[in-house]
Design a protein around this ligand. Sequence first.
Ligand code: ADP
Ligand code: MG
Length: 236
Amino acid sequence: MEIRNLTRRYGDLTVVDDVSLAVMPGQVTCLLGPSGCGKSTTLRMIAGVEMQDSGSIYTDGQLICDTVYRIPPERRHIGLMFQDFALFPHLTVAQNVAFGLTGPKAEQRARVEELLARVDLLRYIDDYPHGLSGGEQQRVALARALAPRPRLMLMDEPFSGLDNRLRDEIRDQTLAVLKDEDAAVLLVTHEPEEAMRMADEIALMRGGRIIQQGAPYNIYNAPRDRDAVAFFSDIN
Ligand code: ADP
Ligand code: MG
């Protein structure tokens, strides 16, 4: 997936300012920056639920959206995961995971079982979500997002609602599952340690712009300016 020169304004405020970024299959790219810097707006434009003022978005070299042409969100083969992206309470775990699937029932069931086994939740397959812990529900949400084999996963602070105690474990498991599925992943976070733990590539964002981009340790070891230093100063 590639975005080129994406810009979004609200009135006089430019919240996403000429952002260009590429995300490769099998890789996790982190959009890392403080609250309000334009991360979620960028993700929403890629998902297709918000229009850019200028710039274009491509997947596999094909234009999916510019200011005149637009493929609707449901045809973009994108998986979504947000902090508050709740499971459907009236559907079982299996029905939740199968939600975006089409085709023969037996194949759907096989895919559901494969993913639930992968996130260690097969034993809950016919239960309803309310009995599951927050971390378990999050892993069901991961399975649901991945079930239709999206080429691109967009994740907006997906771990921020979780207990500290669980968070690292769920981050690691999520990362392993994402790598298995070989999706291109764009993960939004305001937490440097999350980006350091999960990213193959970090794009550091501030004030709507990408101010530095590179491998995690390159950015950590050679921050471009004082703002980049400040942003990393609370991890060790
Ligand atoms: P982040 O996800 O990095 O915290 P957002 O993309 O949510 O940042 O927001 C970036 C900026 O755009 C913020 O200043 C926010 O207040 C503003 N903003 C977001 N959505 C709207 C909107 N619908 N109308 C006006 N301003 C908005
Ligand atoms: Mg946000």
